[in-house]
Design a protein around this ligand. Structure first.
Ligand code: G6P
Ligand code: ZN
Length: 583
């Protein structure tokens, strides 16, 4: 069929500045006339027409409400902008890591490679008609667009006057694998729908030893549970864990992707992953059933992960440190060593200790996965992670929830090689973590989130904390007045990062109070919320003495919590006597 292209007049719409991870707004905002169109065209214009013409674009996401409409709009606009082909995961489903993998790895039947892709997701934010939708653009390396591009996109949204669209292009059936071809003014245009899991599974099999994980998962001594929280991870879980690795069907929880995530909040943490938490024996009441040895959950777009052992929570900061410490030997992809490791600034320093002890290059970057991408492209970093339940490696340019689970299963399989048969007890998740603490020391860690706080008040609180930093002796007087049993503050600043690859500088990346004993208090405003402001408070204390690494985390951290709340005047500024979420 031959389609026509028409030019539609539009005018700028306020507030289209991409955040930490793309543009995220309520569905009703996205449904406004021209809202999505303006953003998509502003992206095409930022990429430049020369690069868009003839391009191969991936368009897919976590399948949340409004994805079907959005995909069809983007297909019509891509056609009108001279894109050569659009690749769509079946039913619009591709996890964020899978999009990254598809961009980097997939070749079309004629050898074509993707030039980039739109990911339709608001990650861990709830979905549905009254909830969030989101869109972000990833580049040729499979990673999120850098600030130079997102700034251009934003500038374009402020001046946009028109966009081309192939209005008469019929709705493309994205529920079945296959190619639909069209003919436009600039030549051929194809939409190819493909299996959501194939490319990703192939990549995972090239990284991990599936055979050894299979032995672990099929051992009667081991038990497993995976909660996709009705997000897109469900499109991979059955294939990978059940079909490839032999886990029981019953080990999958909430693994049918739903456009409203079953009404839940698809964020894998102890608060929102309630069913998994209960099954793992970490709920308030005992279920009476023996919990599995290993549990994990993913967020809506499957880039985040939470790792649990039986009645045991692994902090994301510990998780990345433990993966880094055990990668060589347990994961074939790393058999020739690690190029370096990195963490985001608010993530605990557990990884720093491993890096030092293994003599690895180490980087501390601002919050946001894109900062790792530059290091990986330059061959400086193999494994990285964030406190916000993100872990990954340089196999792609996004964090990768299922990769993290496979990494943990690989470590467990490696440590239990001799224990699967016979009477030996299995080495458990908890054993691995406790041994790690005994070797490297423990970073007690917690994060307090104050969600949907008045934006003005949040800003005032941050300004107050910056002002305090001008006199450390004054801060220490206050600290000692609150608790005499904590170390002195040795320095305080706003985190600033100079990218070692491109020299770019990122300022105001969080307020830090660093203590003489290695403890830290960090305050940051979230860059991913869609309403009001979210204040994040990160609290960390280092304990080197192996005999003291087994305390309850909240008990060990309570003096520092006290100081953080009083120093920041949290209740005074926010009116909140308690955080919305503690992780
Ligand atoms: C997204 C990014 C992460 C980042 C997180 C921070 O998930 O992909 O790299 O750590 O947002 O969110 P925040 O709300 O703290 O800005
Ligand atoms: Zn996510």
């Amino acid at each position: 069929m031959v389609f026509k292209v028409s030019l539609v007049s539009t005018s700028p719409i306020d507030g289209q500045k991409p955040g930490t991870s793309g543009l995220r707004k309520k569905v009703k905002v996205f449904k406004q006339p021209n809202y999505l169109h303006n953003f998509v065209q502003s992206t095409f214009n930022a990429l430049t027409p020369e690069k868009v013409k003839g391009a191969t674009l991936v368009v897919s996401g976590d399948g949340r409400y409004y994805s079907n409409d959005a995909v069809q709009i983007i297909i019509k606009m891509a056609a009108a902008n001279g894109v050569r082909r659009v690749w769509v995961g079946k039913n619009t489903l591709l996890s964020t890591p899978a999009v990254s993998a598809v961009i980097r790895e997939r070749s079309g039947p004629d050898g074509s490679k993707a030039t980039g892709g739109f990911i339709l997701t608001a990650s861990h934010n709830p979905g549905g008609p009254t909830e969030d939708f989101g869109i972000k653009y990833n580049m040729e390396n499979g990673g999120p667009a850098p600030e130079s591009i997102t700034d251009k996109i934003y500038e374009n949204t402020k001046t946009i006057k028109e966009y081309p669209i192939a209005e008469d292009l019929p709705i493309v059936d994205i529920s079945a694998v296959g190619v639909t071809s069209f003919e436009g003014p600039e030549g051929k245009f194809d939409v190819e729908v493909f299996d959501s899991a194939d490319d990703y599974v192939k990549l995972m099999k090239s990284i991990f030893d599936f055979e050894s994980i299979r032995k672990l998962l099929s051992s009667p001594k081991f038990s497993f549970c995976y909660d996709a929280m009705h997000g897109v991870a469900g499109a991979y879980a059955h294939r990978i864990f059940v079909e490839e690795l032999g886990a029981q069907e019953s080990s999958l929880l909430n693994c049918v992707p739903k456009e409203d995530f079953g009404g839940g909040h698809p964020d894998p943490n102890l608060t929102y992953a309630k069913e998994l938490v209960a099954r793992m024996g970490l709920g308030k009441s005992d279920t009476g059933v023996e919990p599995p040895e290993f549990g994990a959950a993913a967020d809506g777009d499957a880039d985040r992960n939470m790792i649990l052992g039986k009645r045991f929570f692994v902090t994301p900061s510990d998780s990345v440190a433990i993966i880094a410490a055990n990668a060589i030997g347990a994961i074939p992809y790393f058999s020739s060593g690690l190029k370096g490791v990195a963490r985001s600034m608010p993530t605990s320093a557990a990884l720093d200790v491993v890096a030092k002890s293994l003599n690895l290059k180490f980087f501390e970057v601002p919050t946001g996965w894109k900062f790792f991408g530059n290091l990986m492209d330059a061959g400086m970093c193999s494994v990285c992670g964030e406190e916000s339940f993100g872990t990954g490696s340089d196999h792609i340019r996004e964090k990768d929830g299922i990769w993290a689970v496979l990494a943990w299963l690989s470590i467990l399989a490696h440590k239990n090689k001799e224990n699967l048969e016979g009477d030996n007890k299995l080495v458990t998740v908890e054993d691995i973590v406790r041994k790690h603490w005994a070797t490297y020391g423990r970073h007690y860690y917690t994060r307090y989130d104050y969600e949907n706080v008045d934006a003005g008040k949040a800003k005032e609180l941050m300004e107050h904390l910056v002002k305090l930093q001008s006199s450390i002796p004054e801060v220490n007087k206050m600290v000692k007045g609150i608790r005499s049993d904590v170390a002195n503050v040795s320095s305080a600043d706003e985190f600033e990062y100079k990218d070692p690859v491109d020299g770019s500088i990122s300022k105001h990346q969080g307020i830090r109070y660093l203590f003489e004993d290695g403890s830290r208090l960090v305050f940051r405003l979230s860059g991913t919320g869609s309403e009001g402001a979210t204040i994040r408070l990160y609290i960390e204390q280092y304990e080197k003495d192996a005999s003291k690494t087994g305390r309850e985390s909240h008990e060990a951290l309570s003096p520092l919590v006290d100081i953080a709340l009083k120093l920041s005047k949290m209740e005074e500024f926010t009116g909140r006597s308690a955080p919305t979420v503690i992780t």
